[in-house]
Design a protein around this ligand. Structure first.
Ligand code: FDA
Ligand code: NAP
Length: 426
């Protein structure tokens, strides 16, 4: 069987695509799709599913609403079936708990489970040639028992998400973690030895949430935040700036010359990167101040500082913290160090194998991508390779976020449908 599309990864992006496929299934020329996900079950950044954390995007930017406000896959439809709609309305918020949004995503994923193969990691693509052209792709996957399987398709849609980023030279260990795995690492701590101290590196949303969580969860532990800024900076969530996440902004960004793209990213980086929700900043400040009042300080801010050295011993980690204005170096001993130093988009190119040589790149060496999210390839490749995520350099800041998922999946399906109609006629 040749599928119309195979999705690599089943996070919110490809889940949104599966729903759009499902909603178009009644159309005359409906498409068939299968999604391969390496996790054993649906999960969205489970290691950061902190109890108090809220969404950074309005619930109206769920998997469907901006594409199809009447869809029964909306967050409101989920609340309705969970019998929580009135309670949510009374809450008067656009920003649900992340845990609740995770439940919503898992509920939606369960309803399209027939399209997904969990526990399948995609390990590579193989071109299928016909009359000198690559018309299809074989998507090779390995299941959790190590068995290989292959799916043949006319289009691949990559949605592999983000990969945790650690500073050069830092290797994860039982005492040194990236925040992506926080809850998993905490769950694995020895039960007989409560942690006495943590260091958290970074000053973005993840770092602030981790500091907040550790400080509350371990009431006897010291929590040291280490970052190079003077203080946490607030995320710009104001209405005009927020337009940078709208579908129209994708058009403007895509059309813009490279230098204008760079300027736009510079102006509006603080809508997303290295910034913290202002309420959380207030919470942390209030806590530091209260500790000063009470004379017991265990939440410490090492601002304008960087980690200049890390030595891991059997019982703890010694960081050398350098105060940037003075150059003074001070040892900081912590039981555990959490690097909340961000993410980068997973690069699908290693999975392309020989095909990578047929895909165009930008002068900066990044994948060249069309407005419809299809990789620019040589003319002999007539199958489609699409990206959901990893297109910030071409489509702007919303690429790695939920803001445009509902709209983007429709654009990708329209493109696949148009191309399949054209090839059927041609
Ligand atoms: P996502 O990373 O969610 O999913 C990718 C999936 O692909 C994963 O399930 C992975 O296992 C799978 N995969 C990868 N490679 C594979 C392979 N080779 N084979 C098979 N499967 C593979 N954004 C926002 O707009 N609002 C928000 O509130 C938040 N909150 C947030 C919290 C935290 C802690 C983080 C780290 C990030 C956010 N984000 C966010 C940004 C985040 O990128 C976004 O919410 C979505 O996760 C993007 O969905 P994707 O499906 O593109 O990637
Ligand atoms: P981020 O915004 O990229 O922040 C990374 C932080 O690490 C920055 O403070 C950065 O420093 C610092 N850093 C980077 N490299 C470093 C290095 N080598 N040494 C020391 N410090 C370094 O990453 P994030 O906080 O993980 O956020 C990523 C995305 O996830 C965002 O879209 C965010 O909104 C989302 N997120 C959402 C939620 C939620 O919904 N509740 C929770 C967490 C994350 P500078 O300050 O110098 O830049």
């Amino acid at each position: 069987m040749v599928h119309d599309l195979v999705g690599v990864g089943f996070g919110p992006s490809n889940l949104g695509l599966a729903i759009a496929l499902d909603e178009r299934a009644t159309q005359e020329r409906s498409l068939s799709g299968v999604f391969l996900e390496r996790q054993a079950a649906f999960g969205w950044h489970r290691g950061m599913l902190l109890d108090d954390a809220t969404m950074q995007v309005s619930f109206l930017k769920d998997l469907v609403t901006t594409r199809n406000p009447a869809s029964d896959f909306s967050f409101l439809a989920f609340l309705h079936q969970a019998d929580r709609l009135h309670d949510f309305i009374n809450h008067k918020t656009l920003f649900p708990l992340r845990a609740e949004f995770h439940d919503y995503l898992a509920w939606a994923a369960a309803r399209v489970a027939g399209q997904v193969r969990y526990g399948h990691e995609v390990t590579g693509l193989r071109p299928v040639r016909s009359e000198g052209r690559v018309t299809c792709l074989d998507v090779i996957a390995r299941d959790q028992a190590g068995r290989e399987s292959t799916l043949r398709t006319r289009n691949v849609v990559f949605g592999p998400g983000l990969t945790p980023r650690l500073p050069t030279g830092v290797t994860p260990s039982t005492r040194v973690w990236h925040n992506e795995y926080l809850l998993h690492e905490l769950a694995a701590l020895p039960e007989d030895a409560a942690p006495r101290s943590f260091a958290v590196v970074g000053a973005g949303q993840s770092a602030a949430e981790v500091v907040d969580h550790l400080h509350q969860r371990f009431p006897a532990a010291e929590v040291n935040a280490v970052f190079s800024r003077y203080g946490y900076s607030p995320s710009d969530d104001s209405p005009f700036a927020n337009r940078i996440f709208d579908p129209e902004a994708v058009d403007a960004f895509f059309e813009a010359p490279t230098e204008v793209k760079a300027e736009l990213m510079g102006y509006h980086r603080n809508t997303n990167y290295s910034v913290v929700d202002p309420d959380l900043i207030d919470t942390l400040y209030r806590r530091v101040y209260a500790e000063k009042v009470h004379g017991v300080q265990r939440l410490r801010m090492h601002n304008t500082s960087r980690v200049a050295g890390l030595v891991e011993g059997p019982d703890n980690v010694t960081l050398t913290v350098e105060h940037l204005p003075t150059g003074k170096q001070t040892p900081l001993i912590a039981d555990y160090v959490v690097y909340a130093t961000g993410y980068h988009p997973a690069d699908p190119r290693p999975l392309l194998g020989d095909l990578a040589a047929h895909c165009a790149t930008t002068p900066e060496g990044r994948p060249a991508v069309q407005r419809d999210y299809r990789l620019v390839t040589s003319d002999d490749i007539t199958c489609g390779i699409y990206l959901q995520g990893g297109t910030e350099h071409t489509h702007g800041v919303s690429s790695s976020l939920l803001s445009n998922v509902a709209t983007r999946v429709a654009e990708i399906l329209d493109s696949i449908q148009t191309r399949s109609g054209a090839s059927a006629r041609g």
